[in-house]
Design a protein around this ligand. Structure first.
Ligand code: WT7
Length: 646
């Protein structure tokens, strides 16, 4: 916890979209009169049919229903592309920086319009209609943005699967939303390494079935297997298609996209976001929180496979007519100066990344940063996990030369956009705190019984009322939506995060309180890793928890009970890590595996994860009551054989 306060610099207070006085007054109004407040904000996007209703929300148990601008009609791609043509057709919309520093290109709004129109028609010619689901499994290339916008243009619902996920994970997501169409590339390129996206797609489809069309972007030119009739060369399809495609009028509550994310139990959930409220919220937060002004060069380093890429690489920035930089590579290739070289090359003004990247670069020393200029930078952002004050100060001092405010933005796949965050002209910063709620957001802290805690307190973070960017349902499973988010604390949205509020009303996120772990800013369900481990023939039982990791924030710690007669050794550890990596994807690979002849269980057979977590965290003194264990002796054995941190 840092005591340091960074006050708003005078020049920021003067030029920013939001100053302190405006924050207090607008925040109060946004909470007291959501209809009036969001009714006005909603006008920032172009509507085909203007809305007359603003908010219609019920969090009531058994009857959760969330609607914003429900009688309005609009098209997201028209808002992100067409409406900028008259005023900024020749302005760069997407600035693409390839994995190889020699590879970059600039796509203007006019070019974007043509590309999106062509792909939209190509999708139509393969039978894609309004409401159909299209799975996108692409690297960070402009075609990923074209694909999202082309779907939005014709009313198809995209589901992007991060390129680091395995064929099995991809198959589950294709099946989950019954996509008949997949858009992929021959291969991806990251840090000089090739990712076999087309081969993965073939393997996924062999498992999932139901796919009749695969568009394949040529990225590396690799020789890939080809299924005649099903596979379509992307370049041919768009060359043949007309660039003119009338945008479909979508109701504000028509689905825009599905994005699968891990929960504390079961398979990943398809988080569903809709059209009107999502776009209003993404564009409004992007403008205010990053203090975006015309002409700024804005760079968010996320991947479009995560929600950050959806809201803050593509939809928010493009709706605002911004120049958004899209980066194909990784922070340390060809060297750990890469981020800052890209900043200098493209004169980036606003830079948004994750704490894990900052910590990794920090461990490489200041020299790699200091040798670059970074004088174009004006604002820095952080997202994905709590940022420790040391990393915050380093980011501020070394990267930002003590000149750029940092916005530590707290949000989730489910929230569609940022909910707790500083506003750079209005909020004094405390390193490590996401500070204050955004307009219209009503955070509360509750105890285990649901009692609302006032003033300085620590508890579970809930949101007491809706905001336009909120998810609407779990695709195909509204019951799971209600159970996951609205049943723990009735009439409130439960975030799954723990949080402290200090005497100044600042929020400090302390991390997940459920069985979700946050590895390098990516969400992983412990249950998913466990079910992958137990699918291995030598494993009889597995329990997975998070533990503090210097770079990743949290690492994955797996306790594994082997089948009788099987000997646990380093070779088997490697085998199991490789197994999970292949089964789910590299982000799910355990960092540490401890072979445990027995797991701590209650007499009714329930694994006591609290104890496993404490052991993994190295807090042997804080195990709590172990007397209810069926066999308290297993705990000592677990402590004796604890694996060391990497
Ligand atoms: C979880 C959501 C939303 C973008 C990326 C992650 C954690 C996110 C912060 C932050 C502390 C944060 C929370 C949250 N988280 N941002 N600024 N400070 N924690 O999206 O995969 O849906 O994960 O990430 O634990 O619940 P996600």
């Amino acid at each position: 916890m840092s005591e340091k306060l960074h006050t708003v610099p005078a020049e920021w207070a003067k030029r920013a979209h939001v100053d302190a006085a405006k924050y207090d007054a607008d925040y109060a109004r946004s909470i007291q009169d959501p209809d009036g407040f969001w009714g006005e904000v909603g006008k920032r996007v172009d509507w085909i049919t203007p809305y007359t209703k603003v908010k219609n929300v019920s969090y009531a148990p058994g009857n959760v229903s969330i609607k914003w601008y429900e009688d309005g009609a609009l098209n997201v791609s028209a808002n992100c592309v067409d409406r900028h043509l008259a005023t900024r057709g020749d302005q760069v919309a997407i600035l693409w920086e390839g994995d190889d520093p020699k590879d970059s290109k600039a796509i203007t709004y006019r070019e974007l319009h043509e590309q999106v129109g062509r792909l939209a028609n190509a999708l139509k010619s393969r039978g894609v209609k309004k409401g159909d689901r299209v799975t996108i499994y692409l690297p960070m290339i402009p075609e990923a943005a074209y694909a999202m916008l082309a779907c939005a243009r014709i009313g198809a619902v995209h589901s992007i699967v991060f390129g680091g996920f395995s064929p099995d994970s991809l198959a589950g997501r294709i099946e989950g939303c019954e996509s008949k169409v997949v858009i992929t590339a021959d291969e991806g390129l990251r840090g000089g390494r090739k990712v076999p996206l087309k081969a993965n797609t073939d393997a996924a489809i062999a498992k999932a079935g139901g796919v009749d069309t695969v568009f394949v972007v040529t990225r590396t030119g690799a020789d890939v297997a080809w299924t005649e009739g099903r596979d379509v060369r992307y370049e041919d399809a768009v060359a043949e298609a007309s660039p003119d495609c009338e945008p479909e009028a979508m109701n504000a509550e028509d689905p825009l996209f599905i994005l699968y994310t891990s929960g504390s139990t079961g398979k990943p959930k398809g988080v569903l976001h809709t059209t009107g409220g999502y776009l209003v919220y993404a564009s409004y937060t992007h403008q205010l929180i990053f203090d975006y002004h015309d002409g700024d060069i804005y760079w968010c380093t996320a991947d479009v496979g995560w929600v950050t890429g959806h809201s803050y690489i593509v939809y928010g920035p493009l709706a605002n007519g911004a120049t958004t930089l899209m980066f194909e590579g990784v922070p340390n290739y060809p060297s750990s100066s890469r981020f800052w070289e890209v900043v200098d090359k493209h004169k980036v003004n606003i830079f948004y990344t994750a704490p894990t990247a900052i910590r990794a670069l920090m461990s490489g020393g200041e020299e790699a940063v200091k040798k670059t200029s970074r004088e174009s930078l004006r604002l820095l952002g952080s997202v994905g996990e709590p940022i420790n004050p040391e990393a915050w100060e380093w980011y501020y001092r070394v990267v930002g030369d003590s000149r750029c405010p940092i916005v530590d933005t707290w949000w989730q796949t489910e929230t569609g956009g940022i909910l707790i965050t500083p506003l750079p002209g209005a909020t004094d910063l405390k390193p490590g705190s996401a500070t204050k709620p955004f307009f219209g957001v009503r955070p509360e802290l509750v105890d285990a019984e649901g009692k609302v805690l006032e003033g300085a307190a620590e508890g579970n973070l809930v949101i007491a009322d809706s905001w336009p960017g909120q998810m609407r349902t779990v695709y195909g499973d509204h019951k799971r939506f209600e159970e996951t988010y609205f049943s723990t604390y009735p009439n409130k949205y439960f975030t799954g995060d723990g949080c402290r509020r200090d005497a100044d009303g600042y929020y400090w996120i302390t991390g997940r309180v459920d069985d979700v772990i946050n590895v390098s800013g990516h969400r992983m369900g412990t249950a998913e890793v466990e079910s992958s481990l137990v699918a291995h023939e030598k494993v009889s039982e597995a329990a997975v928890v998070g533990y503090p990791h210097d770079i990743k924030g949290q690492g994955i710690y797996a306790y594994v009970t082997l089948m009788s007669g099987v000997e646990g050794d380093d070779a088997l550890r490697k085998e199991l890590i490789a197994w999970v990596r292949k089964d789910i994807g590299p982000i799910a690979a355990p960092d540490l595996i401890q072979f445990a002849p027995g797991l701590p269980k209650t007499r009714s057979g329930k694994i006591m994860r609290r104890i496993l977590r404490k052991i993994a965290e190295d807090e042997f003194g804080a195990l709590g009551d172990t007397s209810t264990l069926a066999d308290p002796g297993v705990v000592d054995d677990l402590i004796d054989h604890r694996q060391n941190k990497k």
